[in-house]
Design a protein around this ligand. Structure first.
Ligand SMILES: [Zn+2]
Length: 194
């Protein structure tokens, strides 16, 4: 299998979820009036990269695959094999699928939030603008349908796709435990009951 792909193959990489510790420290510092721009930019860009990966995977699932060699769009991707006409990058469709499965990289109902942050990211300059953009993104919630449950609808945080944590409940607990204070750029928000 591997020798078929030869030197044109490059590993398919997706941006990881952002570590809880980074966000926790960002909010702690912000609450004390400490503006740590290095940490802020790290978190802002980490979320941006993650959102870009989510948009890319969501597009791919819908048949628009982005080339991992030259970043062009591979037209008319066939189900079994991907090959970029521009740069020759290729991958088996099942390997491509395997690269994003079980990683919460499908946008689903939260897609508009990720699109919104990607667009907004390019317009943020000040500490305040960046903090507000991050805070808005990680506090987006949407309804979702639970399969085979008596109560079919539940609230799901977009942050479950963005922040590390074992499942939705842990991500909600994490959001609930973020630090706020008099000097915070952002205000505490309601976290839905779970
Ligand atoms: Zn290409």
């Amino acid at each position: 299998m591997m020798n078929m792909l030869k030197e044109n193959a490059s590993p398919i990489k997706w941006a990881p979820k952002v570590k809880q510790d980074k966000l926790r420290r960002l909010y702690e510092n912000d609450a004390r009036g400490m503006r740590d721009d290095e940490l802020l930019n790290d978190v802002a860009f980490g979320l941006y990269s993650r959102c870009v990966s989510i948009l890319e995977v969501t597009d791919a699932v819908k048949g628009r695959v982005k080339c991992h060699g030259c970043a062009g769009v591979i037209p008319h991707a066939r189900e079994d094999h991907l090959r970029c006409p521009a740069c020759g990058w290729e991958a088996a469709w099942k390997d491509y699928q395997h690269s994003y499965q079980e990683k919460q990289l499908f946008g689903g109902a939260a897609l508009p939030f990720f699109q919104g942050y990607v667009a907004r990211f390019h317009r943020t300059n000040t500490h305040r603008e960046k903090m507000l953009a991050i805070d808005d993104l990680i506090h987006q919630f949407h309804w979702y349908h639970k399969a085979n449950q008596a109560l079919p609808e539940a609230v799901r945080p977009a942050a479950a796709n963005l922040i590390e944590g074992r499942g939705m409940r842990e991500v909600l607990q994490f959001l609930d435990a973020l630090t706020y204070g008099e000097d915070s750029t952002v205000v505490r928000r309601m976290i839905p009951d779970r």
